[in-house]
Design a protein around this ligand. Sequence first.
Ligand SMILES: Cc1cc2nc3c(=O)[nH]c(=O)nc-3n(C[C@H](O)[C@H](O)[C@H](O)COP(=O)(O)OP(=O)(O)OC[C@H]3O[C@@H](n4cnc5c(N)ncnc54)[C@H](O)[C@@H]3O)c2cc1C
Length: 403
Amino acid sequence: MATHLGTSPFQETEDQQALRALARDVAQRELLPWARHWDETEAFPQRSFEALGKSDLLGITIDAAYGGAGFGDIESAIVLEELGRVDVSSAILAQLIFNGPPRAIQHLGSEAMKQKWLPMAAAGEALFCIGISETEAGSAVNHMRAKLSEDGDGFRLNAYKNYVTGGHKSRCCLVWCRFPGSEPGSTKGIGAVIVDLESPGVVIAGTHVKMGLRGTSEAEMAFDDVRIERDDVLLWGDPANSESFKTLIAHINHERCGNAAMCVGAAQGALEYVVGYMNERKIGNKTLADLQGLQWKIADMATQLEGARLLLLRAVHMAGEGGTPPALETAMAKTAANLAAKFVCDEAIQLLGGYGFSREYPIERVYRDIRGLCIGAGTVEVQKNFVGKNVLDGAKPASHGWR
Ligand SMILES: Cc1cc2nc3c(=O)[nH]c(=O)nc-3n(C[C@H](O)[C@H](O)[C@H](O)COP(=O)(O)OP(=O)(O)OC[C@H]3O[C@@H](n4cnc5c(N)ncnc54)[C@H](O)[C@@H]3O)c2cc1C
């Protein structure tokens, strides 16, 4: 009987394949040769940002009306996977544009706000950042203190945001804050404003010195009585309910899928590197690839990675055109991708032996980079809290039946 091989339900369209080829080409030519440099020097990868802008990759998720290509989460994941495969520090810059403030402005902002910011984002003329976390409000975001107060026909923002990726190089920040009447400890009345970082009162208090993602630093940012116009309000926080907070949290699912895509790409790059190495490296008259015990490691690495990739594909396909990836499937994808990347990179270091531990070989850098992705955009533990609670409450994640 003839065996029928079906196609993957996630088969890429011709346009998506072309986008992947473009992203891979730009990554290989423009990002890869500099990846070690950004890590060693901790210099901001401005060159990568410009290369991504010139190749028209930065605008892919922005509507055509504002100069972009109007793609969604699938295409965002394709590009972030390819960029993450060679340099996560540079990929994060694209993540900030694809799944950061510009995406939120596109979905939630007024027409005036879109006209002001989206063409700039699509053209790669400015970087955008997100200010949610505070020193005492990371996972427990309900403890945030950032506060908006009435000031005539507008507002004043007072906030201290911690760990803002690219904040020191950005022109625009999406800031989550309490609206008038909102009480600390509650999610009621939390909304968001868009801040022009050239405004008086914005201060970059410092940048973090980190283990990985050393090119794209995280900033501490003070907002001292910064004037906010009514037009700068992205989402009004009503102190009587948590509706705006829920909308903002749901929107983070774009960022979580982007985070997972970078992890899948980084792990893919590490796996490919170690496969090449094992086919070359001789132990006596055998290569490492000949040793069955090590073949099993490769099998485990490839299987975990593929599982994470499939979960990610499911989440981004479920977003549909112009939608948002669903929360449960996204939390599973992010968890699986974070853990797969950690496992694959750790095993890859082991398989390279002493060279895996050397800074002259790329794997230890990738390992340090993806470590930060297991914390940013909601930690693995917070994702697991969400998944566990939902499954215990009877939630059933969609399987292929959703199609
Ligand atoms: C690389 C990187 C980039 C980032 N970029 C940004 C950014 O651009 N903008 C921004 O606003 N923030 C950003 N962050 C901050 C990030 O969102 C927070 O670090 C994260 O939410 C965790 O908060 P925390 O650091 O305060 O840790 P805590 O919340 O103090 O958590 C400490 C530990 O306890 C665990 N934990 C906490 N609560 C629970 C719970 N209820 N159950 C089980 N375990 C729990 C956590 O998982 C973690 O392991 C970034 C962080 C990193 C590492």
